[in-house]
Design a protein around this ligand. Structure first.
Ligand SMILES: Cc1cc2nc3c(=O)[nH]c(=O)nc-3n(C[C@H](O)[C@H](O)[C@H](O)COP(=O)(O)OP(=O)(O)OC[C@H]3O[C@@H](n4cnc5c(N)ncnc54)[C@H](O)[C@@H]3O)c2cc1C
Length: 260
């Protein structure tokens, strides 16, 4: 059913098995007999490259990066005051709150509670050449993906709702690596680097995009869960429309901050 919905929405889909499956990704375990190939699927060379390229593009357009831990947002008479933990203050016409899973700490300073939760995920990045991976291979029923990056092969996924402070449990990363080695028997699993990160997840799996209830000059843009990288450009477009008081090209009411 969901593939049919994708097709109706214009996503190209090819159901594959046998020789075609092996051609798309040689070296799969014979246990894997069928798959779905999405020719339009894209992945980034590395999420870090993407973030750095965005920063570079923004700076080329005159954006100035100011680093620091923000302790409070407040609506002033003419705009927004951003207060830093070290005592610095910045005045701005608008502020966009995009602090990932920590966003509710700042919405609280505006008197608004948001149910954004850290949903921890894990991965292991294996050295380049650990497998002849032709494209990203997703194992949805097993909750992990294997992705070719410029820096190596990343085996990642998992969903751990353990707050911010629970000890990191790299057994989850190793478990996914075990599974990946089962599905890709030639995978060399040595020499990997393990990592844990927190997704900003919402109870309804939709992001929060819209104005703070206390101030039309403070825009919320967080809660993108598993899809924050994928949805970043579209979110930026919507936030820009809100700041410039243009009509967004899609209905953004499902993302309204006041829905909880
Ligand atoms: C294992 C894993 C795999 C993933 N895979 C994918 C994927 O394949 N595709 C995809 O689209 N997404 C993926 N995601 C999700 C994606 O990483 C997130 O949705 C995305 O990073 C959210 O971006 P963000 O900018 O909203 O928040 P974040 O990336 O969390 O950034 C928030 C920033 O705000 C800063 N901050 C917080 N509080 C303050 C403060 N008080 N003052 C100053 N700065 C502050 C933080 O330091 C941080 O730099 C994955 C996540 C994980 C963990």
């Amino acid at each position: 059913k969901s593939w049919e919905r994708c097709e109706k929405a214009g996503v190209e889909i090819e159901h594959v098995e046998g020789a075609r499956l092996a051609e798309l990704q040689p070296g799969l375990s014979p246990r894997l007999v069928r798959g779905v190939f999405l020719p339009q699927w894209k992945t980034v060379s590395d999420p870090r490259d993407y973030a750095l390229a965005l920063l570079e593009a923004a700076e080329a357009r005159g954006v100035r990066l100011v680093e620091g831990a923000v302790s409070q947002l407040a609506q002033g008479t003419e705009g927004v005051t951003v207060a830093f933990e070290d005592g610095r203050k910045l005045e701005a016409g608008h502020a966009v709150l995009a602090a990932g899973p920590w966003s509710n700490r700042l919405t609280a300073t505006l008197g608004e509670r948001m149910p954004v939760t850290p949903e921890r995920g894990y991965n292991t990045t294996l050295p380049l050449g650990s497998f002849d991976l032709k494209r990203q291979v997703i194992f949805p029923a097993h909750g992990f993906v294997v992705t070719p990056l410029a820096t190596g092969i990343r085996v990642g996924g998992a969903s751990e709702l353990a707050g911010f402070d629970a000890p990191v449990n790299y057994k989850r990363a190793r478990h996914m690596l075990d599974k990946a080695a089962g599905f890709l028997p030639g995978l060399k699993r040595e020499g990997g680097t393990e990592w844990m990160g927190s997704r900003p997840s919402m109870p309804d799996s939709l992001p929060v995009i819209g104005r703070a209830s206390s101030s039309p000059r403070i825009l919320y843009a967080f809660g993108h869960g598993h899809l924050g990288l994928t949805q970043s450009a579209a979110t930026a477009r919507l936030v820009t429309d809100l700041i410039l008081e243009r009509n967004p090209p899609i209905d953004i009411s499902p993302f309204r901050p006041g829905r909880f």
